[in-house]
Design a protein around this ligand. Structure first.
Ligand SMILES: [Zn+2]
Length: 159
């Protein structure tokens, strides 16, 4: 490890081996006697400038802590937005409506409405059922050409 110092007479930057610490010799430029500073003398010199950045380093860390604490807040704000988007994506395409009309479940005079509704509910499963709403509707009977009133159910489910 070399010792770097300046000539006190002419300011020449000199670099000597650490073994030469404390020795005296003439400056190669101004030819005046020089004393090589000991290594411990050099260490505080490098320690002083090193201590200044380290003393200001905690202040920088404190300043960094403020934006660092803001970043988690920003990420916390973003996370709920993502979860809301995911929730919307999951619910919107999954919601389905099935309307079962009594008039569509008459098979050759047989009333299969309850059977059809039961089959449908068993097919989608009770976990998928969101709501079942009774409906009343009017339809034109093709045989009698009369407007008839009938009933049915509207099933909202996840599918
Ligand atoms: Zn000199």
């Amino acid at each position: 490890m070399d010792i770097t110092f300046n000539c006190p007479h002419c300011g020449l930057s000199l670099e000597v081996d650490q073994d030469a610490a404390g020795q005296q010799f003439d400056c190669p430029t101004c030819h005046k006697p020089l004393t090589v500073p000991a290594a411990p003398v050099v260490a505080p010199r490098s320690g002083v400038p090193a201590a200044t950045p380290s003393a200001s380093a905690p202040r920088e860390e404190k300043r960094m802590a403020v934006p660092a604490s803001q970043k988690p807040i920003g990420s916390l704000i973003q996370k709920p937005n993502k979860s809301l988007e995911l929730a919307a994506k999951e619910s919107k395409p999954g919601m389905r409506v099935k309307t079962l009309r009594h008039s569509d479940c008459k098979d050759g005079g047989k009333d299969r409405f309850d059977e059809v509704v039961s089959e449908f509910l068993n097919k989608i499963g009770d976990q998928a059922i969101v709501s079942i709403t009774p409906i009343n509707y009017s339809y034109l009977d093709t045989a009698t050409q009369k407007l008839l009133t009938d009933f049915g159910v509207m099933v909202i489910y996840r599918g």
